[in-house]
Structures are given as structure tokens and as C-alpha cells.
Design a protein. Structure first.
Lengths: 307, 307
DNA sequence: CCATACCTCTGATCTTAGTCAGAGACTTTC
DNA sequence: GAAAGTCTCTGACTAAGATCAGAGGTATGG
């Protein structure tokens, strides 16, 4: 955890330097120093939009549809940009074998070279930034940025309701059971992941996934337990995201969903080896109760009223 | 200091996550989430460039020349933007009394209202970013960003040679002697700040200032002491910048300047109450020597050879 | 007080960014 | 196999960003 340290501006104007002010101050100085350079994304003799598109294709090839979603571009505009890249022989556009209405975009060898050059310049910029710092200061900067990155990403992750048997949900649940299998002393018997998902569906249940850049970051669902009680199931947070409050946020969200579904209380069970989870439930106001099911993997049972 | 924590990506791709990678990763996620919104700088019914200009004028009125330098704009382009703001009655442009070739730009009351609205929206954006976080996490984010801000700013400060009797140098030196007066047990007698500045000029001396956004962050000079020895004088780092390595950087820079000026060693004196400075000199390879002058304020004397 | 340098503005011109309606190709549904 | 829906592309267009040469004021040094 970084030591709160008076920033140069705080010294100048010593009035309430609350969290919002720190964020704004950082935005200004950082975007001025980095963002402005970002705009000369290239000097590759290519306009910004074109370069960004090339960079995105290089990161992961896909259909024009994917690219439009990733970069928030108009279909006509994207089409034009692609034609430009095609004219420069940096990409090839062909029909998607799966659905021939769509078109797939891939880099040519020349495109890969141009992409590598963008990569190189981007890395060079980052290197120039840290160059004047000593090793210790670089480590401090890296630690501070990594911490900020985690929290900013966690703050901007969107929790979305999905089909509990759909691709997004199953990807998250697969990570979940893989971790259980690894952490439980005797492993975890992986059954059919789609079994029992009907109860996690409307009208009596729901399932949520929080994904970041397509990678699942957290998931969890509510299913009916009868008697106006809901049960929170399959709650999981990606190990890399722990400590950023994503779990508490998701838990609060699930409680709200349970309330909307008409439940007046929620229960859940968990294994003792999931210490972070047990701690989080306690902090969130859950009280430990007697065993309420015959789940062989469960050791702790919690409940909370939804007033 | 923030705990190095595996970021979500580091979990996915566990290969060398060096400092450059952390910076690049942060750039991507941060600019995607903040920078993109930054572009819709407002939806104030005003193009981005115009809004940025209005914002800059509001932050500090000045001549068109200043504004051009601050925003890196072409003179013709700026003129056009100003006319637009003038047409909307947000600014008034008039001749600068000091030099009637120049023109001063100021906000009208309506302009101040528009500027306040920009401020409000900018703060709102920062608030929305931290809104999903708990109080503890907000504090962590603020601390991490403040730390990163300090280091990034320190890394991007440019050290420039200036006239030791010029405005930039005197502003820094004024801060320097004000601090000496405050920290020395019996105060510091402030004389004429321009006295003795000739020796800090070429060909035998030099004076450097590191300024950030017009505010002096650090200063220091070299003057001849005779016998191929240079003396480092008036070295000072703004209190808000200490701990970011700016002092060591400046010191190294001054040693390089002294070498270029033909000196083979440097000396300096300092007061015992400036503990940070004493520590820094020791870390930079200076060894304590006998008193070499009659400076009544000096208690410690250092020297270092310039091989 | 004249020559020179400086400063801002205007007009002309160009590129980039972004939007929209509709044509044409393909897929799904009934 | 026709109708309806989906997807990309084209043409037409607008606004914004950016640059340049030169006109016409204003200062400064001899």
C-alpha cells in the first residue's frame, strides 16, 4: 500500500485533496505526458484511426463485426479504413467460412511487420518514461501503476446477467471448478457443468458474470431454496482480481437480484479452505448457521436477511 | 509502497512482467476507460479543441502566445478557435498592455459559467470512476495514483539551463532561501538574490532549473572554485517532489555540467538540518571533507571527484 | 524615423473523423 | 423456396483538425 504523500499541487493548494481530486490531478498530468504522445501513435505515416485498427487486428484477428465492437466504429467507417489497409497490403479481408455474410480480417506479413513496429514504438515510449528513474523508483512506479490498474479495472468491470448454461457462464464456471479441484484437499469431482442450471434462470433465479476484455473476472448466481429464501451459488472471483472489492460488489449485486426475485433472505455454503471467501461473507454481514444441505464439499453455512 | 500484486494479465501470461510492461498495460486499460471518455470532453455542444482551449483559458488567462505554447496549437488555428469562443461570448480578446502586438484572452462571465460546467463534468467523471469502490479501495487507488503521479511527473520534468539572474532562476531561489530561513534554527539572512550570480554563468559556471507547469521543482548551479574544482551552489528540491529522485538526477546533471566546464572535482557545503540533502550527497558518492570556506550557515562539507 | 523583427489574423486548402441511407450478398425461418 | 433478417460495402455528406503563405499592425535598435 502506497504511503499517502503530499503531491506538489497539494503543497501549493492545501485544500481538501479528496480522492476525486487525486484522480483528476493524475488524469491531467498523465494524459498530458502519455496521452498526447499516444496520439502520435505512430508517425508511421498513417492516421491515428488506421493505426489503431491495425494494432487491434494484430492483437487478435477477427471479423469486421468483432473489430467494430472492440473499437466502437461505424460499419461504413471501418470498411473504409480496412480498404486503406488493404491498399497498403497490410491486411487481407476474406469471407468468414462460418457465416459468409461476415468477413474475416488478417494481417499480411507486411502487416505483421508494421504491427511489430507499432509495438516497438509503444514499448519505447514506456521505456523513455521510466528511463530517468532509478531502479528503486521504477519499482515504486510499477507497483503503484499495477495497484491502480487493478482497482481501475475492478471499478469499471460491468456485472451482466447471462444464461447460466451459455458460453460466458460456462467459461467462468470452468475456472471456478478448476480452482476448487486444486484447492480442496481431496479435489473436486467435476460433473456436468450445465446440470442444475435451470434453477439459476428466471423467473426464480439468475446468473451473473463480470468479464473484462472477454476474460471472466467473477461470477455467481442465485437459485430458489423455497420458503422465500434464495441461495447464492457458484460464486467465484478470478485470483488475479482478489483484493479489489470485486467479490463484495458482486455479492451485493446478487443480494439485490435475490431481493428483486422476491426472496427475503439468502443462504450459501462454502469450503473452509476458501479463506478469502469466508472472510468476505463475514464482512458483508453474513452470520454462520447450521448445515442446511448435504453438500459433501461444504463446511461453512451462512445466511443474511434482505430487509 | 504498494504491494507488488499479480495483475489479472500476469496470471494469464506469466512471462517477464518488467516495469515497461506494467506501464504499457496500465496505459492501455487506463486510457481505454478514462481517455476515451476524456474525448467526449463534455458534450457541451462544442468541439474537443474548442472545449480544451476554454478549459485552459479558465485555468489561467494569458496571451495567445501562452495558450499556443500550452496547447501546442498553430497560430492560425488558435485564432480561429478564439473567434469561435468570442462569437459565443465566452471570451474577450484584447491587446496586451505590455506589448500591443500580443493579445490577451480572458473569460467573460458566461465563459466562467461554461468553464465551471466543464469542471463539474470532469469531477463527475472522476467520481463515477471511484463510485463502485469501497472507501478502503478508494483510499488505495488514491494513494497509488498519487504515488504514480509524483514519479511520472518527476520522470518527465526537464532540467534546463537558465540565466541565474533571470525570472525562472530567481523564482526557484526565492523558494530555496524561504525554506532555509524556515528550517535554520536562527533563520537565514536573505540578501540580494542576484549577488554573485555572475560566477554561475558561462564560461566557468552554469545554473539549472527544473520546472513543472511553470512551477519550480528544483534548481542548482555550478560555479568555479579555482584549481580545477567546481562548487555546487543553491541546490534545492521542492518539498513536494522529494523522494522521487529529482534531487539525485539534478545532482548527476550538475556533475556532468561541471565536467563539461573543465572541472575535475566538485565540492559543496550544507547545513546539518537539511538531513535529506546530506543523505542524498552521501548516497551519490560524496565524502565529507574539512571546511573549505567561511560560510557561517554551513556545517557539512563534501567533495567528489569527476573521473 | 527607418529598417528589421515580431505578433496575430485571414483566406485557401487538405486530411481525418464520423454519420447515414440504401444497394447487394448471404442466412435463417417458415 | 419465398420472405424476412443479417451483414458488409458504397456513395454522399458534414464537421473538425491542421497547415501554410502572406497581409497588416506593433515594437526595438541604431
Amino acid at each position: 500500500m502506497a504511503t499517502p504523500r503530499p503531491s506538489p499541487a497539494a503543497v501549493e493548494q492545501p485544500d481538501l485533496p479528496d480522492h476525486v481530486e487525486v484522480v483528476r490531478r493524475f488524469n491531467r498530468s498523465y494524459t498530458q505526458r502519455i496521452g498526447v504522445l499516444e496520439e502520435s501513435f505512430l508517425g508511421l505515416g498513417m492516421p491515428l484511426g488506421t493505426a489503431r485498427l491495425l494494432y487491434e487486428i494484430g492483437a487478435e484477428a477477427g471479423t469486421t463485426r468483432d473489430l467494430r465492437a472492440r473499437l466502437h466504429l461505424d460499419s461504413g467507417y471501418l470498411s473504409r479504413l480496412l480498404r486503406r489497409l488493404e491498399a497498403d497490403a497490410l491486411v487481407v479481408v476474406g469471407p468468414d467460412p462460418d457465416d459468409r455474410r461476415r468477413r474475416r480480417v488478417e494481417l499480411t506479413p507486411a502487416g505483421r511487420r508494421a504491427w511489430a513496429e507499432l509495438e516497438r514504438r509503444s514499448a519505447e515510449r514506456a521505456e523513455n518514461l521510466v528511463a530517468p528513474l532509478t531502479g528503486r523508483q521504477r519499482a515504486r512506479l510499477a507497483a503503484a501503476l499495477a495497484e491502480a490498474d487493478l482497482l481501475v479495472r475492478a471499478a469499471t468491470v460491468r456485472i451482466e446477467e447471462v444464461d447460466p448454461a451459455g458460453a460466458a457462464a460456462l467459461a467462468a464456471v470452468r475456472s471456478y471448478v478448476a480452482e476448487l479441484d486444486e484447492r480442496f484437499p481431496r479435489g473436486f469431482a467435476v460433473g456436468d457443468l450445465t446440470a442444475g442450471t435451470e434453477r439459476l434462470r428466471r423467473p426464480d433465479g439468475a446468473f451473473m458474470v463480470a468479464a473484462c476484455d472477454g476474460v471472466p473476472a467473477a461470477c455467481g448466481g442465485v437459485q430458489p431454496l423455497g420458503g422465500g429464501v434464495g441461495e447464492i451459488k457458484r460464486m467465484w472471483v478470478h485470483p488475479g482480481w482478489r483484493g479489489a472489492g470485486l467479490g463484495s460488489r458482486l455479492l451485493r449485486h446478487l443480494e439485490g437480484v435475490a431481493r428483486d426475485l422476491g426472496h427475503s433472505a439468502v443462504r450459501l455454503d462454502t469450503h473452509g479452505s476458501l479463506t478469502e471467501a469466508v472472510g468476505m461473507y463475514r464482512r458483508a454481514g453474513y452470520r454462520e448457521i447450521e448445515r442446511y444441505n448435504d453438500n459433501p464439499y461444504a463446511e461453512h453455512f451462512f445466511a443474511k436477511g434482505l430487509h
